[in-house]
Design a protein around this ligand. Sequence first.
Ligand code: ZN
Length: 459
Amino acid sequence: MNDVAPQDSSDEGGTVLSTTDSGPIPAAATDEVVRICQELLRIDSTNTGDNDTSVGERAAAEYVAAQLAEVGIDSFLTESAPGRASLLARIPGADASRPPLLVHGHLDVVPADPSEWRVHPFSGEVRDGYVWGRGAVDMKDFDAMVLALVRQWRRTGWVPPRDIVLAFFADEEAGSTYGAHHVIEHHASWFEGVTEAIGEVGGYSVSVSDDLRLYLIQTAEKGLNWMRLTARGAPGHGSMVHHDNAVAALCRAVARISAHEFPVELTPTVRRFLDEVSDAYGVPLDPEKPEQVIATLGPMARAIGATVRNTANPTMLSAGYKTNVVPGEAHATVDGRALPGHEDRFLAEIQRLAGAGVEIAYEQHQPALETDFNGPLVDAMAESLRHYDAGARPVPYMMFGGTDGKALSRLGIRHFGFAPLKLPADLDFTGLFHGVDERVPVDALRFGVQVLERFFAHC
Ligand SMILES: [Zn+2]
């Protein structure tokens, strides 16, 4: 039995991975982080969104368990379906009366086509000062930093000020059903007392000048509002006069939705972020028209531009089976993303655009999140960044996509994106997420370990 696992009769289907004796493990965390990142990248843990074709999450979780076991940390592996493994561990802190801090990462990655890459996406190769591979920034880099650090703690006997709960989830890349959602539904006792968490996507730098870098700490994320539109009409022969055509009705709905410009609405996080960007670049902010300030962010502008308004992009169409038959139904999917506090109005607006005859159902609906950028945990993030980068200016920002923070919010946990990386000024970092030639600078990995080490000492 796992002596660190919380006792909970609702826990089910897990495997306790026991500690083994370890030999000498000499490397410091800043050295080990590269090896661990490489080894994680070599485990192909592609999440296709389909349990039959997704691979490697269990191998990745077992690898993490072995890295923990080597330094005497027990862990608990749970599968939501065959192969869909997540791993939990708890590191006792000095003051057990304080709420634990959750540190979470995911072990799955999105697919990668080797023919498009300069290096093999599952090689973990170090080249030109970068570690290359699918997951290098999303998010085996952070997984490796956390593992390297906790291994160092055990080797040196260092104890964090409060308990740390480690979670390595499956299935983040397909909505977390088989990962974080499963784990909090079946093993909630692991998170008892947890009010705050750190994980992806944030803590990385955007260079303004040689001596000023914004570090984007995620305090908000847009909602996931994936919709399926269904238009119905009278089926019949394609050669006749036909006014009630489902395909035509669906196309009109999709065209209206895609042409619609949602109004700019700045939530507190986005307003503060744009004020900071405006100040850093010396470009005045017009809150009604923030595009000029957003444009200063270069390649990031497309992503940040999605955080000032709701968005709805049509993504799939299906209807019909023969050229001379008018089908009775036509379908489309829309990738909708609503701002925090906007979700009901957003759905109503999409329904108005689609028209009364078009049915809309949620395929995926996960909430938008927003938390304050203040408190001791935020102070510890800011201080640790400034300690290792005198030009650091930590700023809150809203994530355009989603993270496991959505699942954790069901337990009332505040999620912060804080996976610190000091990046080269000319690197298009956001373009690397799910992108070709995903890679992370070796120096940035080491910087992240140092910042996190200091952060944990003051958390
Ligand atoms: Zn991710």
